[in-house]
Design a protein around this ligand. Sequence first.
Ligand code: DC
Length: 217
Amino acid sequence: MSEDGRRGGPVIAVDGPAAAGKGTLARRLAAALDLPHLDTGLLYRAVGRRVLDAGGDPADPAVAAREAEALAPQDLGRADLRAPEVDRAASLVAAVPAVRRALLAFQRRFAEPRGAVLDGRDIGTVVFPDADLKLFVSASDEERARRRWLELKGRGVEVPFETVLADLRARDARDASRDVAPLRPAADAIVLDTTDLDADAAFARALAIVRDRLGRA
Ligand code: DC
């Protein structure tokens, strides 16, 4: 039971910029703690994908809001949500206040029955300001671009490293400078820099923090 007693289990917020390793970390933490996991970036990606499919402009607030309101569970299961054009579309629709409002209730409901591990940009600052534990996962721009480049290459997508780095920086700048729910660590977040940590080392570090703060794992 979480400290406020309203949820069926603890909420762990894992925020950070693109390709910092927060998704893998959140998934592994959730499995270790037997908690549900939600990759909230997928929600914004699915909205961006819907806008592109409809032939709309992801920067158009009315179009983005309409697609966010129409979001259906099957949109989250699509295989093409990690394509580079969706990176950009997701980051654009994520700056639209009505889109964020439409997705807020879904994220909160997700954690109600059993608690959850959620990864995103604003989990600790906006979605669950009262989360039981907040991690902010970061890494240098170059290291994050290298990971993203390798991931794309592994999927057969050949993009020059410099392009990946420039896209990632543009996306970070958009995510951090938007008026609504900008990317930033919550005042009470624990920052985990993974520049020199592989996935196993980052997981071990995070698990130690969970054990220390929540007394479980
Ligand atoms: O984590 P990701 O790369 O899959 O996220 C896709 C986009 O969605 C990214 O540009 C930031 C945005 N996002 C957000 O604004 N808030 C979240 N909680 C999660 C993602």
